[in-house]
Design a protein around this ligand. Structure first.
Ligand SMILES: O=C(O)CCC(=O)C(=O)O
Length: 266
């Protein structure tokens, strides 16, 4: 299969180009990455803290897979969004402060790297703040089937603030790499309403036929890496082997045409 474009690997001393954001939104550059964003000590202390809230980790089962997460995931609650906010209130006191600090650091990095003027956790006037990040666990043998993330579609008609965004992006920090597998593969194909005919009810994601012959971009996250991509483009995670792949991530949406303001949620 052909490879589409090149991943943009940046480093902390690089001059930030104004085009970086547009390159990611349009997937001209399918993924922007800063390797070793987190030091081994910082990353390990967050991973150690996550051990303390083990019993709060939830598994959602689908006929073709499972998602294991710490923290609520809005796409799972679109028919009853109030449950998402209740779940957040329930779990918040149990989350380690290091996770909040990390989230705030990552927001600052995203702002700087994409030349945003503002990036804050989204708020719902009647329901409160959204979750500003989520931790995802991919244990040995777990893969993430082909899917795309588009809250404007998934929560259409809900009236939620996040459905007013113009573009959705995903930011991920790798807290622990897996021993083998676990690559993120992004396809050069953006979701289109016609694709719904491929969807199998009750299954997570889409069958491979929807991206047949599409070019791909493959990325192997290493511990400490931080990356951004447009999740409206089909993507999947290869089966993980050995150590659990642990990431912290969030979606963020640009709220203005000039692409200077963004709101985040998970
Ligand atoms: O963990 C990753 O590499 C990507 C996770 C994902 O599917 C997303 O951020 O939309």
């Amino acid at each position: 299969m052909a490879i589409f474009n090149q991943i943009r690997v940046i480093n902390p001393t690089m001059f930030v180009e104004t085009t970086w954001l547009d390159d990611i939104v349009t997937a001209r550059v399918p993924l922007l990455v800063l390797r070793h964003y987190l030091t081994a000590e910082k990353r390990q202390s967050v991973v150690n803290d996550l051990e303390q809230c083990r019993e709060r980790i939830r598994v959602s089962h689908y006929s073709n897979g499972a998602l294991t997460t710490l923290g609520p995931y809005l796409a799972r609650h679109t028919s009853a969004p109030e449950n998402y906010f209740t779940a957040l209130r329930d779990i918040q006191p149990a989350l380690p402060p290091s996770l909040t600090v990390l989230k705030q650091d990552v927001y600052s990095w995203v702002k700087k790297s994409l030349k945003l003027e503002k990036l804050t956790t989204a708020t719902e006037p009647a329901l409160g703040d959204y979750a500003g990040s989520i931790v995802r666990f991919h244990a040995d043998g777990v893969a993430n089937p082909l899917h795309n993330d588009l809250i404007v579609r998934d929560a259409a008609g809900s009236g939620l603030a996040v459905t007013n965004i113009l573009h959705q992006l995903s930011c991920v920090v790798c807290l622990q790499e897996c021993s083998e597998g676990g690559a993120l593969r992004i396809y050069k194909k953006k979701w289109h309403p016609d694709d719904e005919k491929y969807k199998v009810p009750g299954e997570l994601g889409y069958p491979g036929s929807v991206v047949q012959d599409c070019e791909t971009c493959e990325f192997h996250p290493h511990s400490g890496d931080i990356y951004i991509f447009n999740p409206a483009y089909y993507h999947e995670i290869d089966r993980v082997a050995g150590d659990t792949r642990i990431t912290m991530g969030f979606f963020f949406g640009l709220t203005d045409k000039k692409m200077k303001h963004a709101i985040a949620w998970s």
